[in-house]
Every structure is written in structure tokens, then in C-alpha cells.
Design a binder for this molecule. Structure first.
Ligand code: UD1
Length: 431
């Protein structure tokens, strides 16, 4: 078990390069299963969700070769259709993408109910609605989702809930189905568009990704591609929030500024300076922030995956801030941890009310999920004294070399091992 030890109080400064997008790559890697030729995927981040995805594909028989640290060649021709067990599915939510891609290629899929961040109830009814509409039989047996179809036939699907995962799964299942599939009330997130662009570069016929209606005309075959994953909107936003919280000055490179606009707008509103360039943003913190209101919304609204990090910034903004979470029903578990650091936050249902304090104080805290962990790092960097952040495996699921990048910006952060409480020897040592 590892933890971060963070001595706060310093301003971050310098330049940082953002890695490839986690939420895009976890869809694009399984999408190569639909290709009839090898694919080269560039700009992949070195995070544990990628390691797990590639490991699953390799165990199924795909030939995987790292060309360099950020480029992988994948040949899925030898891949066999095998069940994905609970031990793998519990590690990350994106294992659900194997449902769409295996169904699309083999007309059957067997994947255990997924894990991932605990953000409350995360049903998959819309994914199943889509698979059924395309002609698959869906059943749940002993925790496994089993899909089977004689053939997949295009259909019109209206999502009752705007869902990134169901939209991506719908696209993957429909790409090789017979005829036209129309997905209405589709998610518009940048990673949905990136997946569609990647599939189109393999010869798919997908139009409308990034709008409410996506049309997919099925094709018989997909060829190989060389495709570069988009930069990570949320990693970029996290560094923007870290610059703001530490009153620092950061040039954040390899970003798509348009994807950052909802974050940029909120930072400008509270008194942070943000300069936009073609593929970079500079964030310059100030000394006198004012509170604001934030409501998470599907893209292009304020992303739920930036809600905890912005809340960390708002803990020291003058006056009252209101943060409303409208996507997930349990995304405030990090609030207790921020309170341990002296934040004044109360939660009423889906609304967190933050009364700004002058300064956060160090404390031992625990990352309760991936973005919560990022929020605690931001809080610790701006706090007085040395904090310890536990359960950082959550952070490593989605941020490449977080502590190395932060160190290069002047942060006083180290990764250290802590004794495993389940291990008798280390328990004795700890006593
Ligand atoms: C994806 C992202 C996650 C982000 C979230 C919202 C990936 C790998 N993960 O998660 O980082 O926080 O989008 O932007 O890309 N819902 C249903 N039924 C369904 C599916 C979803 O009711 O079948 C609900 C969910 O409970 C939630 C909302 O729809 O309230 C949005 O969820 P969804 O967009 O599907 O999130 P994920 O794809 O799981």
C-alpha cells in the first residue's frame, strides 16, 4: 500500500504536459477488437486502467507490442471470446466496453458486473436497452452479464438517461450491425467523439458524434489504423485547479482549450487568470478568490469528474459556494476528508455548501475514489503543514506519474509505502 506525503504551502510553477485521455483510451483499446487488421494507438497514458485493459486483451489472445512508452500495436485477430471475470471487472468500470465490442465482433459477450469509482448507484440498464434493440438477448446470471445474438440489426434507440458508457457501448455494438442505427439523446463528451473518430479511421461509418443524435451505418469489415488519443480534459483541469489553489503559475501543454471551457469559465469567475493558446493554457492564481456556484452537467456543461477538484479550490474562496452534483448520487464522499483539513463544507442531498476559510491545515486523509484523490492532493498542496494521503491506487488508475509531474512543478510530494495492515509482520512493525 502506498501513500503520498505532501508538504503544502508552496506555489506551483513551470510547464506540464498532459497525457492521453483515460476515458477515451479505455474505450479505444477494446474497440480495436472490432478491427480485422492490427492497429497502432498513440498517446496512451501510463495508468493502471490501461494496464488492466491491455492485460485483459492479452489474456484473450491479442498480440500486444509497446512500440514506445505511449504507443501500442494491437493485433486482435488471434483474440478468442472469453468471459471477463469479477477479479478483472471489479477493478474498473470501463470493462463494460468489452460487452459492446465482443458483441459486435462475436455476437456474444460474457462480462462480470463492473466496479470502478463508488459514486452511488451506477446501473447499466441503458447499455442493455441498446444491446436488446440491436437484437441481443441479455441476461444476468451469478453476477455475469451474458449477451447473445444470432445477428445484430440496426435500430433506433432513445436513451432515457444521457450516458457516456451506454453511448460508447451502443456505437461499438452497432458498427458492424446490419443497416442503420440511430442513437438519440447520445452523450456528447470528447471521449465519445474520439472513439467515433478512431472507429471511422478504421472504416466505420459514424456521423453525428458530439451531437445528440449519432447515426451508425453498419460495415462488414474494419481495417487497421494509426490513431492518436486526445489529451485528457480532466488531467488538464486538475492541474488548472492545482495552479489556482496554490496561487501558482502553470503552463499546461497538450490540451484542447475548447474542452476546458467550462472549467476555465468557473476559474475566471472566482478570480483566477486563464490565458488560452492553440494547444495550451496558462493559469495564474491570485490571492483573493470569491465563491461561486457550480452545477455538474453532461458535456458541454461542467464535468462531474472536475467537481471534487474545484470544491478543493473553493474551500479557500471568500464567501459561500454552492456545488450541485447532478450526475451521480454519491459523489461527496471526499467532503469528510476535506473537513479533516479544516474545510467548512456541509452536504445536503446533492448540494455541498462551502464557506470559505483562510487556510486549510494538514491532516492524514484517504482518497475515496479517483477524482476525490486528486482533490485531496490539491488541498494538501495548498494546506499548511505535511499531509498524508492514503489509498492512492485510486489516483494511479487515472493520472500518469502524478507525483513526478507535480514535483517538476515545485511541489513537495513523495510517494511512500505504508505497512499492509493485513500482513502480520508489517503489523508487528507498525506496533
Ligand atoms: C463516464 C466516465 C466517468 C464520468 C461519467 C459522467 C468513463 C470510463 N467514465 O462514466 O469518468 O464521471 O461518464 O461524465 O468514461 N446511468 C443509468 N443507466 C445506465 C447508464 C448510466 O441510469 O445504463 C446513469 C448513471 O447512474 C449516472 C448517469 O447515467 O447517473 C451518467 O452515467 P454515465 O454517463 O453512464 O457514466 P459512466 O459511463 O459510468
Amino acid at each position: 500500500m502506498e501513500k503520498y506525503i505532501v508538504k503544502g504551502g508552496g506555489k506551483l510553477s513551470g510547464e506540464v504536459v498532459v497525457s492521453g485521455a483515460k476515458n477515451a483510451v479505455v474505450a479505444i483499446l477494446p474497440a480495436t477488437i472490432l478491427s480485422d487488421e492490427p492497429c497502432v494507438i498513440e498517446n496512451i497514458p501510463s495508468i493502471s486502467d490501461v494496464t488492466i485493459t491491455l492485460q485483459i486483451m492479452s489474456e484473450m489472445g491479442a498480440k500486444i507490442r509497446m512500440i514506445n512508452k505511449t504507443t501500442v500495436e494491437i493485433d486482435t485477430r488471434p483474440l478468442q471470446n472469453m468471459p471477463i471475470p469479477y477479479e478483472k471487472a471489479k477493478l474498473m468500470r470501463a470493462t463494460t466496453y468489452f460487452l459492446g465490442t465482443l458483441l459486435g465482433r462475436f455476437h456474444s459477450a460474457h462480462v462480470s458486473m463492473p466496479g470502478g469509482c463508488n459514486l452511488g448507484d451506477r446501473p447499466i440498464d441503458q447499455h442493455l436497452k441498446c444491446f436488446s434493440a440491436l437484437g441481443a438477448q441479455c441476461e444476468l446470471d451469478k453476477g455475469m452479464i451474458n449477451l447473445r445474438a444470432d445477428k445484430l440489426i440496426g435500430n433506433q434507440i432513445f436513451f432515457d438517461k444521457n450516458s457516456v458508457g451506454a453511448t460508447i457501448n451502443g456505437i461499438m455494438a452497432a458498427v458492424k450491425a446490419e443497416g442503420l442505427t440511430i442513437i438519440e439523446n447520445a452523450a456528447k463528451e470528447p471521449h465519445v467523439v474520439d472513439l467515433a473518430n478512431c472507429l471511422n479511421s478504421m472504416g466505420a461509418d459514424i456521423i453525428g458524434a458530439g451531437t445528440d443524435v449519432i447515426k451508425i451505418r453498419g460495415v462488414k469489415e474494419l481495417h487497421g489504423t494509426t490513431y492518436s488519443v486526445i489529451p485528457d480534459q480532466i488531467e488538464a483541469g486538475t492541474f488548472m485547479a492545482a495552479a489556482a489553489a496554490t496561487r501558482g503559475n502553470l503552463l499546461i501543454k497538450n490540451v484542447i482549450p475548447k474542452h476546458l471551457e467550462p472549467i476555465t469559465n468557473k476559474l475566471l469567475k472566482i478570480g483566477v487568470q486563464v490565458e488560452q493558446y492553440d494547444d495550451a493554457v496558462r493559469v495564474i492564481g491570485g490571492d483573493n478568490y470569491v465563491g461561486t456556484t457550480i452545477k455538474t452537467q453532461p458535456h458541454p456543461g461542467f464535468p462531474t469528474d472536475m467537481q471534487p477538484q474545484m470544491a478543493a479550490v473553493l474551500t479557500c474562496a471568500r464567501g459561500t459556494s454552492m456545488v450541485t452534483e447532478s450526475i451521480f448520487d454519491n459523489r461527496f464522499r471526499y467532503v469528510d476528508e476535506l473537513r479533516r483539513m479544516g474545510a467548512n463544507i456541509s452536504v445536503e442531498g446533492r448540494v455541498a455548501v462551502i464557506e470559505g476559510v483562510d487556510q486549510l491545515k494538514c491532516a492524514p486523509v484517504k482518497a475515496t475514489d479517483l477524482r476525490a484523490g486528486a482533490a485531496l492532493i490539491i488541498a494538501a498542496l495548498s494546506a499548511e503543514g505535511t499531509s498524508e494521503i492514503y489509498d492512492i491506487f485510486h489516483v494511479e488508475r487515472g493520472y500518469e506519474n502524478m507525483e513526478i509531474k507535480l514535483k517538476s512543478l515545485g511541489a513537495n510530494i513523495v510517494k511512500a509505502s505504508e505497512p499492509d495492515p493485513n500482513n502480520e509482520v508489517s503489523q508487528k512493525k507498525a506496533i
